[in-house]
Design a protein. Structure first.
Ligand code: SF4
Length: 322
């Protein structure tokens, strides 16, 4: 009864608090409440996003050991798991971008490891931006930065930035949580759209920890929200902790959708068809380096192509008009 009341009040616009979010996260995936939860999230996304599916694409433009040394990442310098190192040249990124544009993507992300020089990133991005149609949003996914850099990102054409306070930031990563928050504030203050995600979720994280990140996202009024389960990459320190199931990720996606009320899109990563019944209307295609992969060109291994992402949205009954 408590769940039914909570879900009906969300439909009427109630904002959930931490305790209520945890109540929903505690729903048993084998119960009737679970189907009511995903049905509510699904209903809100289909109506509020006008049943529109979206595909975003990301290119990881360097594969190099990273000094932040996250315990889950294949590129952490203490346990680098990729067979090679490289940086992409602008012409390589442009030829990949050309193919992505022809696939009809909505948003385009450039990702680097945290040590990649910002000045070089800005130079490359300036070139890329000139080739990006106005209809495609441009998103930076890089290390921490201050307000001045956030403004420079905007000046070279970025419309948004993916940045997060990770689960167990400062414990499973070497970044001081305050630095993360300063970057989130810089993104907001520069007028860039913040793309947020609760990640990387593993079996050891409590529902309280997940709810804290959902509420943080809502405080920043994110338009695009996501949840991501950790992929156990062999050789990384957190490998033995394993991963959560797809049905658990589906439940977490539904709760995140209801708590954060994103205005444009909801995503769950990596791509899992089940989550498309729980309010997820947006998928990521991935190219180049990827912290969840040991293959340095993720499109040849874990990465989904834009075409496959569009097809999966179509399978779930989302409109795929580009
Ligand atoms: S997740 Fe990002 S910041 Fe952490 S080690 Fe990997 S590349 Fe560096």
């Amino acid at each position: 009864m408590l769940t039914a009341n909570l879900l009906s009040s969300v439909k009427q616009g109630k904002l959930l608090n931490q305790e209520e979010a945890v109540t929903l996260l505690n729903i048993d995936c084998r119960s009737q409440d679970f189907y009511e939860l995903i049905s509510t999230a699904n209903y809100l996304s289909r109506t509020q996003f006008h049943n529109k599916g979206l595909v975003f694409a990301q290119i990881g433009i360097n594969a190099e050991p990273c000094s932040v040394n996250c315990k889950f990442c294949s590129m952490g310098q203490g346990h680098y798991a990729l067979p090679v190192t490289w940086r992409k040249e602008p012409h390589e990124i442009l030829s990949e971008l050309e193919l992505l544009i022809s696939s009809g993507i909505n948003d385009f992300f450039l990702m680097t490891t945290a040590d990649y020089p910002v000045s070089e990133f800005l130079e490359i991005s300036k070139i890329i931006s000139r080739h990006l149609p106005d209809t495609i949003r441009f998103v930076a996914n890089i290390g921490d930065f201050n307000l001045e850099t956030a403004k420079q990102l905007k000046n070279v054409g970025f419309t948004g930035a993916y940045h997060i306070h990770r689960l167990r930031e400062g414990i499973d990563t070497t970044v001081n949580p305050e630095i993360r928050v300063n970057t989130l504030n810089a993104i907001r203050d520069a007028g860039l759209d913040l793309y947020y995600c609760v990640e990387p979720i593993g079996p050891e994280h409590s529902y309280d920890e997940l709810a804290t990140e959902m509420l943080r996202a809502r405080d920043y009024h994110v338009k695009v929200m996501a949840v991501m389960r950790r992929i156990p990459v062999k050789g990384t320190p957190l490998y033995d902790k394993g991963q959560i199931s797809a049905i658990e990720l589906t439940k977490i996606a539904a709760v995140a959708r209801l708590v954060t009320l994103p205005q444009r899109a909801m995503n769950a990563h990596e791509v899992t068809p089940m989550t498309l019944l729980a309010g997820v209307n947006q998928l990521y295609a991935e190219y180049g380096a990827n912290p969840r992969d040991t293959e340095s060109q993720t499109e040849k291994n874990r990465g989904f192509s834009a075409e496959k992402a569009w097809h999966m949205l179509w399978e779930a009954g989302y409109s795929t008009t580009k």
